[in-house]
Design a protein around this ligand. Structure first.
Ligand SMILES: Cc1cc2nc3c(=O)[nH]c(=O)nc-3n(C[C@H](O)[C@H](O)[C@H](O)COP(=O)(O)OP(=O)(O)OC[C@H]3O[C@@H](n4cnc5c(N)ncnc54)[C@H](O)[C@@H]3O)c2cc1C
Ligand SMILES: *[C@@H]1O[C@H](CO)[C@@H](O)[C@H](O)[C@H]1NC(C)=O
Ligand SMILES: *[C@@H]1O[C@H](CO)[C@@H](O)[C@H](O)[C@H]1NC(C)=O
Ligand SMILES: *[C@@H]1O[C@H](CO)[C@@H](O)[C@H](O)[C@H]1NC(C)=O
Ligand SMILES: *[C@@H]1O[C@H](CO)[C@@H](O)[C@H](O)[C@H]1NC(C)=O
Ligand SMILES: *[C@@H]1O[C@H](CO)[C@@H](O)[C@H](O)[C@H]1NC(C)=O
Ligand SMILES: *[C@@H]1O[C@H](CO)[C@@H](O)[C@H](O)[C@H]1NC(C)=O
Ligand SMILES: *[C@@H]1O[C@H](CO)[C@@H](O)[C@H](O)[C@H]1NC(C)=O
Length: 604
């Protein structure tokens, strides 16, 4: 590795040698995924800017498992799924839980395939979140990041198809004003919406439980029961993943190169020293033949996803030198930049399913979501729970910090938890999401806690294991999270036992009848939830956008602290969980990032 002790002439020599044998670009983007392809499209719009995207996954444009909305589960477990798993989870019977992520041009937006029922009811979801959750980013010190500033990008990305009369009759509701019409990502409702009589049953039952119809879940307030749009081109019956939205139309640009390979590490032209930031000059990557290759660039952008961008940072010497789990020292990786937050603050949600037999025989899509606030879930107990949880935050923060082997400080975690507590109990953002579905002779609910206090980590385990992240979501590490998940389970159970829908419900199928009777104890619920929980596949926070003091990894221009020209633009940078599905927000973040990058280039 070169260091700052080389005289400039030698540095320049190396730079030229690299450029001559490889290629040189203005921007290298690691990962042709959801965010990476937005950047590839926007940055290469200027023909004078040379952009390379490096991606290990394949071209899937003619893979029917990806394109056909009717094929729900098939991509799962194939070559386009990374097929990770978690570390053993104590709250889930010590299981190592399978975890899916897209390995393809288009990234995770191309798969959406886990377990059959899960995918039938959750896929291509386009939901933004609650306004105060985005405003919280600014409260954490990220100037210019709030709902107001993201809103134009939410609209910019979208090409919304107004539902037909038949779709409206089947329950599709919307507010046209809040959707974009000219963006790259098609959104809308599928023609296959289930008969409106079921929508009526679901809406009336949720209403009986105190959940009003929310006309459009994408307004910045998600509370209530609503029908959500999907990322699809309704009329062509085509899924709109990131490649279809942002890449295929521009792939012939002469200044845009897609290189097949896996980025291993950033190469440094200059280490950080004497207050000067480190300067990257490119990346090393492993080709599909297993060879090590290098390319140079003026700037490196990591868009490998929340489970992988931190690993690239760690193998480049950016992370926590003393942390045994990050192994920077023991792996023989020289620390270039001390940033203990790398790979920490992982916030993931637990997903639980209930199923019942149905006396209706219905088929079709049911993009139905119900979002609950703490008040909805806890009723009269809300204010006592507000007080008791506030009192316990310092303890939770200590516990989370201790489990990070000192990577994060309890005082910082406490500050972040207080912001989340304020969002839940003062700003009244939603805390739980419940999907309601029907297929053939079965009814389903899938539910998850949205804002966990159980924060985990993702790290490299060895210098060579760049494809094998150690993913520890630490499900239910903080017991409040398990209590919320139990409340959500009880709410779903209550739904199927409430009129009018209850007239059509037979016995319980998942779990089998008798396992969770109406009088089931918290212990029975916790045990079912632990035995069956699955990832919700919404990992964020592992290269968090917040101040360096708080444990942040990137600044509000998405630049990695201590570097001059390395950015992270993907799920890693989202600092706090929110009541949405990630892609709507990630597309908006990447669009805004492209503008910030152009702006920065103009002033340098
Ligand atoms: C099964 C499933 C269902 C989901 N359903 C929905 C949904 O319905 N709605 C929704 O909004 N969100 C959903 N999500 C979440 C959403 O898809 C992801 O959060 C989002 O796509 C992540 O975008 P990203 O840009 O951060 O990363 P990704 O899209 O994952 O892109 C990362 C890319 O980087 C590549 N890569 C990895 N390592 C390297 C490396 N070392 N070098 C170069 N490239 C690398 C990967 O192959 C991948 O192509 C789902 C996720 C899953 C797994
Ligand atoms: C599609 O999925 C099926 C089932 O998982 C698999 O056998 C097949 O190889 C996949 N097709 C492609 C093109 O990947
Ligand atoms: C999980 O593993 C830990 C450590 O091996 C053990 O202490 C614990 O009892 C196990 N828990 C369960 C539920 O099996
Ligand atoms: C997966 O979901 C994303 C986000 O909603 C969407 O863009 C994409 O089209 C979906 N892909 C598949 C194969 O379902
Ligand atoms: C929906 O179901 C009702 C009752 O079974 C039926 O009368 C109606 O025609 C159906 N509507 C559509 C659009 O299929
Ligand atoms: C349910 O409906 C489908 C077609 O709509 C039919 O093929 C199937 O036999 C029905 N099942 C039952 C149990 O009635
Ligand atoms: C949150 O809900 C409480 C209780 O219903 C109410 O008093 C308060 O005004 C609400 N706050 C906001 C910001 O909506
Ligand atoms: C629930 O009710 C059933 C039958 O009424 C009873 O046998 C069982 O003990 C009860 N369980 C609990 C936990 O109270």
């Amino acid at each position: 590795m070169r260091s700052s002790t080389f005289p400039p002439g030698i540095l320049l020599g190396i730079f030229i040698a690299r450029a001559a044998c490889g290629e040189t670009f203005d921007y290298i983007i690691a990962g042709a995924g959801t965010c990476g392809l937005v950047l590839a499209n926007r940055l290469s719009a200027d023909p004078n800017i040379r952009v390379a995207v490096i991606e290990p996954g394949e071209d899937v444009r003619s893979n029917v498992n990806v394109t056909n909305p009717a094929l729900f589960t098939v991509a799962y477990g194939t070559s386009i799924d990374w097929q990770y798993s978690t570390t053993p989870q104590p709250a889930a019977s010590n299981r190592t839980i399978p975890w899916h992520a897209g390995k393809a041009i288009g990234g995770t937006s191309t798969i959406n395939g886990t377990q059959c029922v899960r995918v039938l009811i959750k896929g291509m979801t386009y939901i933004r979140g609650d306004k105060p959750q985005f405003d919280a980013w600014e409260r954490l010190g990220n100037e210019g990041w709030n709902w107001e500033s993201l809103y134009p990008y939410f609209k910019k990305i979208e090409k919304f198809t107004v539902p037909s009369t038949a779709q409206t009759a089947a329950g599709a509701t919307y507010d046209a004003d809040i959707h974009g019409e000219t963006g790259h990502v098609h959104t809308g409702f599928p023609f296959s919406l289930v008969n409106g009589s079921f929508h009526g049953l679901a809406a009336d039952t949720w209403d009986a439980l105190g959940y009003p119809l929310n006309e459009d879940v994408n307004s910045g307030s998600v509370r209530g029961f609503s029908t959500w749009p999907q990322t699809l081109d309704r009329d062509r019956n085509l899924r709109f993943d990131a490649a279809r939205s942002y890449y295929y139309a521009v792939e012939d640009r002469k200044n845009l190169r897609l290189i097949r390979g896996t980025v291993k590490r950033i190469t440094w032209a200059r280490s950080s020293a004497a207050g000067q930031p480190a300067v990257a000059d490119g990346v090393e990557y492993v080709t599909t033949n297993g060879e090590l290759n290098a390319v140079t660039a003026a700037e490196v952008i990591l868009s490998a996803g929340a489970l992988r961008s931190p690993l690239i940072l760690e193998s480049s010497g950016v992370g926590n030198p003393s942390l045994s789990t990050s192994l920077l020292n023991s792996l023989g990786i020289e620390t270039k930049i001390e940033l203990p937050g790398v790979g920490e603050y992982l916030q993931e949600q637990p997903n639980t399913i209930l199923a019942y037999s149905s006396t209706l025989n219905l088929s079709g899509s049911t993009p139905y979501a119900t979002f609950s606030t703490a008040q909805d879930m806890f009723g009269d107990e809300t204010s006592s729970i507000e007080t008791s949880t506030l009192a316990r935050i310092p303890g939770w923060a200590k516990k989370v910090a201790a489990a990070s082997n000192g990577a994060v400080e309890a005082a910082n975690v406490e500050k972040l938890f207080r912001v989340q507590h304020d969002l839940i109990f003062k700003q009244n953002v939603t805390l739980g999401e419940t999907l309601t579905a029907v297929t053939g002779g079965y009814f389903y609910s899938a539910m998850w806690l949205l804002l966990p206090f159980s924060w985990g980590s993702v790290h490299l385990t060895s210098a060579e294991a760049i494809d094998a992240p150690a993913i520890d979501p630490k499900y239910f590490f903080v017991d409040f999270d398990a209590n919320v998940q139990v409340s959500l389970g009880r709410l779903a159970q209550k739904f199927w036992h409430t009129k009018p829908v209850s007239d059509f419900v037979g016995g319980s199928v998942l779990p089998p009848d008798g396992v969770l009777p109406l009088n089931a104890t918290d212990e029975q619920w916790t045990s079912y939830i632990g035995d069956t929980l699955m990832p919700n596949h919404h990992p964020i926070g592992t290269a968090s956008m917040m101040s360096r003091e708080l444990g942040g990894v990137v600044d509000s221009k998405l630049r990695v602290y201590g570097t001059k020209n390395v950015r992270v633009v993907d799920g890693s940078i989202l600092p706090l969980q929110f009541s949405g599905h990630l892609t709507a927000t990630l597309y908006a973040v990447a669009e805004r990032a492209a503008e910030l990058i152009f702006e920065a280039a103009r002033y340098e």
